[in-house]
Design a protein around this ligand. Structure first.
Ligand code: AMP
Length: 306
């Protein structure tokens, strides 16, 4: 059966933007990813939370086709992250990262999750990402996120994990850092030599560039009048992207047309995420709203040759 296994953080976030502050709201890479992907296929979540994690947040995830058998609850505090954005919403400052129960997290994949057709390795230690892959049977597609922290701190482990990844989703600065190439085309070529057949390079409000076997594809970010909080946009993009791909990918190889639609679907989901703090907008979203904005994306990027 088609389903996505996701491993990553489930968190409480405190976020300051020029438009307001949200204190200890639901966040984490796996939360944003799961809700976005759940519009397309069932999702199986592997993460850890502390004894302070509220039942209403468990219920919010469970109400969206997110299987929580793999959500461990242990004594202690849930992972906490605090960040601040200036008017340049592309640049954020991390004010605090308290790993809490995440510090000793060892992902254990429930038996019923091991045959998942698609896997998303959220931004965690690359060796843990590798351990997740050791526990799954034969996924059709493995997608992965990472960040500067692991690129700098654990480069050898990251290289090992990347050999086993089909699609890597990182931002442009991370792609430059990982490859040591300033030019993004050269950076993409170098990253793809490390393992991933497809590199999805996220560029915040400037959209996304995908590099694959058939060259490059570019999609803008949806031009919104109100951008409230960019937290989680990257993970929401990943959820829309992989959720869509999983829903259309048969047993065969990735097809370029589907990959391109997946990039636009990821951008569509991310555009909703940034309209409110936390997962507030995503939790209220409907499939009809998604399809309507997906169609607007087509208009946005269409032009006639002459
Ligand atoms: P994004 O804006 O897509 O990069 O994701 C933001 C989310 O990542 C927030 O909700 C945070 O809780 C979570 N986060 C921030 N730092 C880390 C980290 N070091 N490890 C795991 N998750 C993190």
């Amino acid at each position: 059966m088609t389903s996505i296994l996701v491993v990553g953080s489930v968190a409480y976030d405190t976020v300051e933007t020029p438009f307001g502050t949200a204190e200890r709201v639901l966040g984490g890479s796996a939360s944003f990813f799961s809700i976005a992907a759940s519009f397309f296929v069932p999702v199986r979540l592997v993460a850890v939370v502390g004894s302070d994690f509220e039942q209403k947040h468990v219920d919010a995830l469970a109400a969206h086709r997110v299987d929580l058998e793999g959500l461990e609850r242990v004594e202690g505090k849930t992972f906490f992250w605090a960040g601040r954005y200036s008017y340049d919403l592309n640049a954020r400052e991390t004010l605090r990262t308290d790993l809490n129960v995440f510090e000793s997290f060892k992902p254990r994949i429930p038996q019923g999750y091991r045959s998942s057709s698609h896997v998303f390795l959220g931004n965690i230690h690359p060796s843990l990402q590798g351990e997740v892959l050791d526990q799954v049977e034969r996924p059709r597609l493995v997608a992965c996120d990472t960040m500067n922290y692991w690129i700098e701190g654990t480069p050898r482990e990251l290289r090992e994990t990347l050999k086993r990844v089909d699609v890597l989703l990182i931002n442009d600065a991370e792609a430059r850092q990982l490859s040591g190439e300033w030019n993004i085309v050269k950076a993409a070529r170098a990253v793809r030599k490390m393992g991933p057949r497809v590199l999805v390079m996220k560029k915040g409000e400037h959209g996304v560039l995908m590099f694959g076997e058939q060259g490059a594809f570019s999609a803008p970010a949806y031009p919104l009048e109100e951008v409230f909080d960019p937290t989680g946009a990257g993970d929401t993009f990943a959820g829309g992207f992989l959720g869509y791909l999983a829903s259309v990918q048969g047993t065969g190889a990735l097809d370029e047309a589907a990959l391109r639609r997946a990039v636009v679907m990821g951008s569509t989901l991310a555009s909703f995420c940034v309209e409110a703090f936390s997962l507030d907008r995503l939790l209220k979203l409907t499939r009809a709203e998604i399809d309507q904005r997906f169609a607007l994306f087509r208009q946005l990027t269409h032009f006639d040759p002459a």
